[in-house]
Ligand binder design. Structure first.
Ligand code: NAP
Length: 283
């Protein structure tokens, strides 16, 4: 299979690191013009500089996906510079934990503003340009927790479910303009996000122990690599995917319903670490 994306005009949100950066690198290697954004101006500029060695052209800007005017200005700049937009990869975001005892409604709304409203803002900004050329591909980076609810992590569960629903709805309404929309639902992909989860465990836990606990719910027995996501993004942007819209594809190493058991697993692990620390303090 030879995927050729030469000259395609591609926007990837949240591409300064992790999954977004891996997708941007893959599009750049395939000859696309790549526009990336994230909040940290230095990090996004560094990634943009790196992409210049392979991409046909690069635009890298500091944009917060919660800022409607900034999103519209970014997309308008790209469309003006390159004459349109072909592909949007809506990736920016992060998971958020919590339950009924720990969350406020405002916590959940703030997370929703980044996730489903961030996705919505970018779709609304790119679609007029895609309609004009009667061609567009929108790839929504979502989470397995939006497809299989878990008993903790309420913001991720409900906000991601809403994102997946948005992808499916757009995947039905936009094909009449030859704009195809699909959702990729992440399992556990090894990025800085997992380094942060590990550090939250505090001292006295090794990364090996933590990973062993996490892998109990992943049939393939390893984290996904950001590059494992990039292949499917390239495929969905290519002519091989001309008749696919409204699809919801899990990239999760075989994990499905097992994800619902993860909060229990993590709570038991945290408790065993707490006991180990207590025993060590008594000795
Ligand atoms: P990551 O390494 O933390 O990278 C997130 C990217 O999004 C960064 O470039 C970050 O840059 C940007 N970003 C965050 N908030 C933003 C905002 N408000 N406006 C603009 N950019 C923003 O995360 P990742 O693991 O690659 O995850 C990528 C996507 O997959 C996220 O939506 C995440 O929730 C989802 N996902 C990941 C996993 C996993 O296991 N890794 C699992 C499920 C879902 P700045 O901080 O500088 O803005």
């Amino acid at each position: 299979m030879n995927i050729d994306l030469s000259g395609k005009r591609v926007i990837i949100t949240g591409a300064s690191r992790g999954i977004g950066r891996a997708i941007a690198r893959a599009f750049a290697r395939d000859g696309a013009r790549v526009a990336i954004c994230a909040r940290d101006p230095q990090a996004v500029a560094e990634t943009g500089k790196e992409l210049e060695s392979s991409a046909a052209a690069v635009i890298a800007r500091s944009v917060d996906v919660t800022d409607t005017a900034a999103v519209q200005a970014f997309v308008a700049e790209i469309a003006e510079a390159w004459g349109g937009v072909d592909v949007l990869v809506n990736n920016a975001g992060q998971g958020k934990g919590g339950n009924l005892d720990t969350l406020t409604p405002e916590d959940i709304l703030a997370h929703a503003n980044v996730l489903q409203m961030g996705h919505f803002r970018f779709v609304q900004a790119v679609v007029p340009f895609m309609r004009r050329q009667r061609w567009g591909r929108i790839i929504e980076i979502n989470a397995l927790a939006g497809v299989v609810p878990t008993p903790e992590g309420i913001p991720s569960v409900i906000n991601r479910a809403s994102c997946v629903a948005l992808s499916k709805s757009l995947g039905m309404s936009l094909p009449k303009d030859n704009i195809l929309v699909n959702s990729l639902n992440m399992g556990w992909i090894d990025t800085g996000q997992w380094d942060r989860h590990f550090k939250e465990m505090g001292p006295g836990v090794t990364r090996e122990e933590f990973d062993e606990m996490v892998m109990k719910v992943v049939p393939l027995g390893r984290y996904g690599r950001p590059e494992d996501v990039a292949g499917m993004a390239l495929f969905l942007a290519s002519d091989y995917a001309n008749f696919i819209s409204g699809a919801s594809i899990d990239i999760a190493g075989g994990m499905g319903g097992q994800i619902a058991y993860f909060p229990t697993l993590k709570r038991d692990f945290t408790e065993s670490i707490r006991q180990r620390r207590e025993n060590a303090a008594q000795d």
